[in-house]
Design a protein around this ligand. Structure first.
Ligand SMILES: C[S@@+](CC[C@H](N)C(=O)[O-])C[C@H]1O[C@@H](n2cnc3c(N)ncnc32)[C@H](O)[C@@H]1O
Length: 288
């Protein structure tokens, strides 16, 4: 049988749809464009092109992976976060759109304080998305990026190399464990794992079956990492230092209760994401 671009797209769209894959047309277009090393829309200019055996075999492998609910980003090997092309793949968390809110608030704070240099600590750096977005805008900031996962750090290292951001230093460890007691930071940032473990069953297969669990879950209520970060960051923040942490909207009340009792942070506030859900908290240490 002869497979043209249009025939193959049509057939595989139905195949993926039957497997329960959303936006199946778009998905197969991305896969085929990847195999042919073309832009997705240029497939329409070549709809009658006949695919050879090698191209068909390569496409079939990718289609099979996607039919097993592997995220498209893992298959293509890249993901766009705030204009940054990042390498992603099995073993590393795929940066989410809502995390742009965290980056934007950090950049805004730097602008407001007219900070050009600072020491930043990112806990749970993953692909490096947040730190790279900051480093690209502020090349004189020194960043330490920590992750517990060796696999995640491989991607972070690769992305740092690709974007030539050597001011980001990587360390492997559990939250603050790789930070020396004398090390102090102007800013501590984290998009930690914050899902409640009982939520596992309700997640999409793409997330549940393929993304690393340690990047997603943090105890029964999803708060374990967040509470440790609030508790421990005080030992590592310089006077007037700032803490930026992403969280899940339903955790707001519990986090607020912690800040109400805690006198260390002299200012704290919540910020909403693009869907008007509480998504980020910013806390500041006083002058002393
Ligand atoms: C939600 S992902 C965020 C990754 C990246 N910062 C981003 O926003 O795309 C959380 C990251 O924290 C890491 N992580 C989980 N528990 C950790 C811990 N106890 N200490 C350090 N990193 C941890 C995971 O491996 C994962 O890379």
């Amino acid at each position: 049988m002869t497979w043209t671009v249009s025939k193959l797209l049509q057939w595989s769209q139905l195949y993926l749809a039957e497997k329960g894959i959303e936006e199946s047309r778009l998905q197969v277009e991305y896969l085929l464009a990847h195999v042919l090393a073309k832009k997705r829309l240029s497939l329409y200019l070549e709809s009658d092109r006949v695919l050879n055996e090698t191209e068909l075999a390569a496409f079939k492998t990718l289609l099979q992976r996607r039919s097993q609910k592997e995220p498209l980003q893992y298959i293509l090997g890249t993901h766009l976060f705030m204009d940054l092309n990042l390498k992603v793949g099995p073993g590393v968390f795929i940066p989410r759109f809502e995390t742009e809110v965290l980056v934007e608030n950090v950049l805004e704070a730097f602008q407001k304080r007219e900070m050009k240099t600072a020491r930043i600590l990112e806990l749970g750096i993953g692909t490096g998305a947040i730190s790279l977005a900051i480093a690209k805008k502020y090349p004189d900031m020194a960043i330490v990026g920590v992750d517990v996962s060796a696999e995640a750090l491989k991607y972070a290292k690769e992305n740092i190399g690709l974007h030539a951001c050597s001011q980001i230093e990587l360390r492997q460890g559990d939250l603050f464990s790789s930070i020396e007691p004398h090390e102090k930071f102007d800013v501590i940032i984290s998009n930690p794992p914050y899902l409640a473990e009982p939520l596992w069953a309700s997640l999409k297969d793409e997330v549940k079956l393929h993304e690393p669990k340690e990047a997603l879950f943090s105890g029964e209520e999803g708060l374990d990492c967040i509470l440790k970060i609030i508790e421990t960051s005080r030992y590592y923040l310089k006077p007037e230092g700032m803490l930026f942490v992403e969280f899940s909207p339903e955790q707001r009340d519990q986090i607020e209760a912690v800040f109400k009792k805690d006198t260390f942070f002299t200012m704290w506030k919540f910020v909403r994401d693009y869907e008007h859900r509480d998504r980020l908290f910013i806390a500041e240490r006083g002058k002393t």
